[in-house]
Design a protein around this ligand. Structure first.
Ligand SMILES: [Zn+2]
Length: 218
């Protein structure tokens, strides 16, 4: 931060558009797939995100001056409804590592695609996810499965943190690999949510059909 603490001076074109109020919704950015390079963009468009610490670890690094001990923190940020990000940061002090991690998590925020893809439920409400999806990070591989209403989050603690920050109410998570690695687990769940957003689903076809009918009147 400069002398003007708290005042954001955007460094990117996207940042300028947000600061000038020309882009008012995070969805516009996520839809275009433009990388977010300034966390202030997310602070402006999604104020008041909640933060949850997933892991704090002491890591050692060899430098010319000897061994350097740092903290590595993994966090998830989200609004508890539609958006969630996972990030990591390092620092000598807890505060610096956390600041870094939150910043990183904001830069890779995703929109959580909701729906009811559960054949046991079929209520059509956005309490779960619309389809099965797989995510990976390191050796961890997770499968997110749609679940019926009222089931809750049938998942380990790390997945619960990420999924509940993203507003999912009911889901089943299966996993394999080095599942005790909390960092990779969190990133694998995040990866699954990112893939889910890119999936072409049967429910999208209906929208396309409606749009093409509308277009035929033109
Ligand atoms: Zn349902």
């Amino acid at each position: 931060m400069s002398a003007l603490e708290g005042e954001w001076v955007p460094r990117t074109k996207l940042g300028k558009l947000v600061a000038e109020g020309k882009i008012r919704s995070i969805d516009e950015i996520l839809r275009l797939g433009v990388p977010i390079k300034e966390p202030e963009i997310v602070d402006t468009l999604l104020p008041g995100l909640k933060e949850e610490i997933i892991e704090v670890r002491r890591v050692q690094r060899q430098t010319d001056a000897g061994e350097l001990t740092q903290l590595r923190i993994v966090v998830a940020v989200g609004d508890g409804m539609d958006y969630v990000g996972v990030g990591k940061g390092k620092g000598k002090e807890f505060r610096d590592a956390l600041f870094d991690a939150v910043r990183d998590a904001k830069l890779n925020i995703v929109k959580v695609r909701k729906g009811c893809g559960s054949l046991e439920c079929m209520c059509g409400r956005p309490h779960s996810i619309p389809a099965r999806v797989i995510g990976k990070s390191g050796s961890v591989r997770v499968t997110l499965m749609p679940a019926p209403r009222g089931l809750g989050l049938v998942a380990n603690e790390v997945a619960k943190v990420v999924l509940s920050l993203g507003g999912i109410k009911d889901i089943r998570v299966f996993s394999r690999g080095e599942t005790r690695n909390r960092m990779n687990y969190a990133y694998a769940v995040h990866d699954a949510l990112r893939r889910l957003l890119l999936m072409n689903l049967p429910t999208d076809w209906r929208e396309v059909r409606v749009r093409s009918t509308e277009a035929s009147h033109l």
